[in-house]
Design a protein around this ligand. Structure first.
Ligand code: SAM
Ligand code: SF4
Ligand code: SF4
Length: 339
């Protein structure tokens, strides 16, 4: 186990496979125009596999494919197959907006993907269109239905809750989760790069969510568990379980074992980190595994990041990165580093 400055292990790697997306979620990609990563910089599947292999030799055992929208990456199931061959990867998951899931779920399952998380913020098609500037709500619901049919267990649905936008749907989403056999996780709206419209008054907090659910369902029991997962989990009186990721009002930085690899091979030690470590360059210059490890290990050992906790201390909390800076370095965007 490689500990960082606060003893947090290097364990959990989120791998963004593309910075492109087929939705334009208000809290992630609100602008009209984006600067994309140069095509020639995007890692091939073999290059991604090589880096993931190196990370797993250093202790990573959980890998999550993300993006942008991971299902936009052509033949992504081929990458899944390559990563699933690595016995050190004990948890291989994907976070997707679900739009292309109905057509790909089976191939992903057959390729060896273990788990799927679908991001879904509303059950109302009109609201979906307003939130994402696209008309694909029906396709997302079909995608959710396809997950179980393909053979996956442990479906999760992630919902970013925004005050005055979809906070009136938390009960409906729990009920939907019961119907489709998914655990719903409510995520607080975060002031990450990309969220250029963020403001604290739009954050619907864990306390707010528990308040609404408690009023409707009655007693809600917290589930006590030892875990580095960001979600606090709770049980309803009927036994249904849901989670809350209170990343804005009660961040979990002290337990955070996750880092992020962008589609062009930059490694970020925190969602809020302004600088990353370039692993593509040494990889393409044919550095040996040991040489690449010699970049990763001291990088992690020196990690002091507690981005969300530091944001919490700010008195006048505004948008993290202004649009101009995002355009100058798209690596600062949430859709580039994978959420
Ligand atoms: N496109 C895929 C999707 O939406 O599931 C994967 C990438 S997306 C960046 C990963 C997650 O980040 C999504 O669940 C999304 O809701 C979340 N996210 C993006 N911006 C956010 C923000 N400002 N606050 C909280 N969560 C955010
Ligand atoms: Fe929405 Fe995910 Fe696309 Fe961001 S990357 S705009 S969260 S679907
Ligand atoms: Fe981890 Fe950074 Fe998020 Fe804190 S803000 S939980 S350190 S990624």
């Amino acid at each position: 186990m490689i500990p960082d400055t606060f003893g947090r292990p290097l364990r959990n790697l989120r791998v963004s496979v593309t910075d492109r997306c087929n939705l334009r979620c208000q809290y992630c990609m609100p602008e009209e125009e984006y600067v994309w990563l140069p095509r020639e910089d995007i890692l091939t599947f073999e290059e991604t596999r090589e880096l993931v292999d190196i990370f797993t030799e250093l202790g990573v055992d959980k890998v999550r494919l993300t993006g942008g929208e991971p299902l936009l990456r052509r033949n992504v199931e081929t990458l899944v197959r390559l990563l699933a061959e690595n016995p050190r990867v004990t948890d291989l998951a994907m976070t997707t907006n679900g739009v292309l899931l109905a057509e790909q779920a089976r191939a992903l399952y057959d390729a060896g993907l273990h788990r799927v998380t679908v991001s879904l913020d509303t059950l109302k098609p009109e609201r979906f269109r307003a939130l994402t500037r696209r008309d694909s709500h029906g396709k997302v619901l079909e995608g959710v239905d396809a997950v179980g049919r393909a053979g996956f267990k442990g479906l999760k649905i992630d919902t970013v809750v925004m005050r005055g936008v979809n906070d009136d749907e938390v009960v409906d989403l729990i009920e939907y989760g019961k119907r489709v056999k998914a655990e719903v996780r409510f995520i607080e709206y975060m002031d990450v790069g990309g969220a250029t419209q963020w403001s604290m008054d739009q954050v619907f907090s864990r306390a707010d969510i528990l308040g609404v659910l408690g009023e409707y369902y009655g007693r809600i029991e917290p589930i006590v568990e030892e875990s580095s997962a960001p979600a606090d989990r709770y049980a309803l009186p009927d036994g249904a379980v849901f989670g809350i990721v209170a990343s804005t009002t009660a961040p979990f930085c002290s337990q955070c074992d996750r880092s992020r690899l962008t589609a062009d091979g930059m490694w970020y030690l925190c969602l809020y980190a302004l600088k990353g470590i370039d692993l593509r360059k040494p990889l393409r210059e044919k550095a040996s595994r040991e040489e690449i490890k010699a970049l990763i290990v001291p990088g992690w050992q020196a990690r002091r990041d507690r981005g969300a906790e530091e944001r919490l201390k700010l008195r006048d909390r505004r948008v993290l990165v202004q649009v101009g800076a995002l355009k100058a370095d798209p690596h600062l965007e949430m859709h580039t580093r994978g959420g």
